[in-house]
Design a protein around this ligand. Structure first.
Ligand SMILES: Cc1cc2nc3c(=O)[nH]c(=O)nc-3n(C[C@H](O)[C@H](O)[C@H](O)COP(=O)(O)OP(=O)(O)OC[C@H]3O[C@@H](n4cnc5c(N)ncnc54)[C@H](O)[C@@H]3O)c2cc1C
Length: 527
């Protein structure tokens, strides 16, 4: 009799696939029998890069998620194109859309989210969308938008959040006159206030995107079943024969709700990622609502995937009716980087645009002529939020301060000023990075890990990606990883440990030791 622990994973997206890999990777003695049901028929792909696919910046092939090759581990049963239709928690059985039944000891829900479609005249709920109207959540959606963009004359994007802004710059980059319609007074209002949004509006205009703010769409204008534009509540019509609805996402909670599990905005889980309604059921990724709140970002889901795999392996020998100990959530998994040429926008944590602790200090530098803005929110001597537009190197430094939770200078204004000073060292320079610095935030890969990977024979970014997964999330670290690999290659291919050993490097450069503080509390790198 097979005594392995039966794990059924529902959802073979970015997080379900990562969890499966994390568990299999740790499962040295084939303790687990893993079955995955995935509603999409594609192999798991990098959904984060769909905006780049729409923009034509990346070929379809680069969306493949690299799989860690572990032929020494027990195979996983993957059922692509099979949706889980029903969970019988009493019998612990999942029923698939192909009629299959899967018994589980542990059920992991990784059902992700879907695009929210607002109520608009001309759109009947549940009906096929009219020709020319799209959402962007899946690879099939992206393919359909790319195909439509080939013949479209003008595009309209409804919703000026992060994805709407990315989609709009992508379509404009394809040469389509593009308008973003946004009901709020600020684009990306979760991250930006009106003044910051204004900087973004100007950057978008340079990229060929017009922004209509405080404009409420009311109707999809149709002609013989084809979209012709969007009518606003004030009667104006914004013409466009390609309309992309980018109005947020809704966690896929239907399966969990029907199974009687507690569901709010997402599938409610505790710090251990288990449902409070059933200790055998876990939820991770965009479908989950953990106590700290879901970010809708992949770094959080990948962190949950790793933590749950660790916990299941640790708890495998224990009484499985008690929840296994789940490691703490990673800090700093809510850094948003908007992808699009010329946008250069990074936002993290607390936004000054929203009510915050009255004791918070908010400091802002706005340089309208250069379309640049940096804003930081400091609480109890730590950076709890930042927004940077057009300030790449500052953004890199602030991301480090935010994710590491390092104490900020006594006068936080230095956070804005020091990195843009002409003599400040570039945080992104490989030689200036401490080994412990996280280079790939999505996967938690440090410079030290990349240097060690080089020491073990990796010589290209693809090699590094294959063994550390760096660059395989949002791709925002690709340049830095490329720079590190290039630096290691040129410094001395035969001195592979340069950068983590204490030996002098051939190029005479040194890793920067921990920063020192001056009498003002300002951090300066030690010489
Ligand atoms: C265009 C775009 C750009 C993005 N950009 C960024 C970014 O820059 N940075 C970032 O961090 N995040 C970004 N994201 C968000 C990121 O893609 C998600 O956080 C991530 O995909 C979440 O992974 P997941 O596995 O939880 O959900 P998903 O990737 O959505 O996967 C869920 C899977 O479960 C399947 N499923 C659902 N129900 C069932 C069922 N009943 N049975 C079987 N299978 C089921 C779905 O079909 C899907 O394949 C972006 C998303 C989009 C769409």
């Amino acid at each position: 009799m097979d005594r392995r622990i039966k794990v059924v994973v529902v959802g073979f997206g970015m997080v379900g696939a990562r969890f499966t890999e994390e568990l299999r990777d740790r499962d040295e003695v084939a303790t687990f029998d893993i079955t995955v049901l995935g509603a999409e028929s594609h192999r798991p792909y990098n959904r984060v890069l769909l905006s780049d696919l729409v923009a034509g910046r990346l070929p379809r092939s680069s969306l493949a998620l690299p799989a860690m090759d572990r032929p020494d581990r027990a195979p996983v049963t993957v059922l692509p194109g099979v949706a889980a239709l029903h969970v019988d928690r009493a019998k612990r059985i999942v029923r698939g859309s192909d009629g299959s039944h899967h018994r589980y000891d542990v059920l992991v829900l990784a059902t992700g989210a879907r695009a929210r479609v607002p109520a608009l005249t001309g759109l009947a709920p549940g009906d096929e969308p009219p020709a020319g109207l799209h959402v962007l959540r899946t690879l099939d959606d992206a393919d359909a938008i790319v195909a439509a963009a080939r013949t479209a004359r003008a595009a309209v994007v409804v919703g000026g959040g992060v994805l709407g802004v990315e989609a709009a710059t992508g379509l404009a980059g394809r040469g389509l006159p593009t308008t973003v319609i946004h009901p709020e007074a600020a684009l990306m209002e979760r991250q930006l206030d009106v003044a910051s949004s204004h900087v973004l509006v100007r950057r978008l205009a340079d990229a060929g995107v017009a922004s209509l703010l405080a404009a409420r769409p009311s109707e999809v204008v149709l002609d013989r079943g084809r979209v012709q534009g969007m009518r606003l509540a004030d009667g104006r019509v914004v013409p466009g024969d390609l309309v992309v609805l980018s109005c947020g996402t809704l966690a896929e909670v239907g399966l969990a709700a029907a199974a009687g599990l507690p569901v709010e905005r997402g599938i409610a889980v505790g710090g251990d990622l288990a449902s409070p309604g059933d200790p055998r059921v876990f939820a991770i990724g965009d479908c989950a609502q953990p106590p700290e709140g879901g970010t809708g970002l992949v770094a959080q889901g990948w962190d949950q995937a790793r933590r749950l795999a660790v916990a299941l392996v640790a708890g495998a020998g224990a009484d499985r009716s008690t929840p296994p100990p789940t490691p703490q959530a990673d800090a700093g998994t809510d850094v948003v980087r908007v992808k699009g040429p010329g946008l250069d926008l990074v936002a993290m944590g607390q936004s000054a645009a929203h009510p915050h602790d009255p004791a918070d200090r908010v400091i802002r530098l706005t340089d309208s002529d250069a379309q640049r803005l940096v804003e930081v929110v400091v609480r109890d001597g730590r950076l709890v939020g930042a927004t940077c537009v057009g300030a790449g190197s500052v953004a890199a430094d602030l991301t480090i301060a935010y994710t590491r939770g390092t104490p900020v200078p006594a006068d936080p204004a230095h956070l804005l000023l020091r990195p843009v000073g002409p003599t400040a060292p570039a945080a992104g320079s490989p030689t200036n990075m401490p080994s412990s610095m996280t280079v790939c935030r999505c996967n938690g890969v440090t410079k030290g890990a990349i240097v060690a990977c080089y020491a073990q024979g990796a010589r290209t970014v693809a090699d590094v990606a294959a063994s550390t997964r760096a660059t395989t999330g949002c791709g925002g670290c690709s340049d830095v990883v490329g720079g590190l690999v290039e630096w290691l290659r040129t410094s001395d291919p035969d001195t592979p440990l340069a950068g983590i050993s204490q030996e002098p490097r051939p190029d005479g450069e040194q890793d920067v030791p921990p920063a020192k503080r001056d009498s003002h509390g300002v951090e300066t790198p030690a010489a």
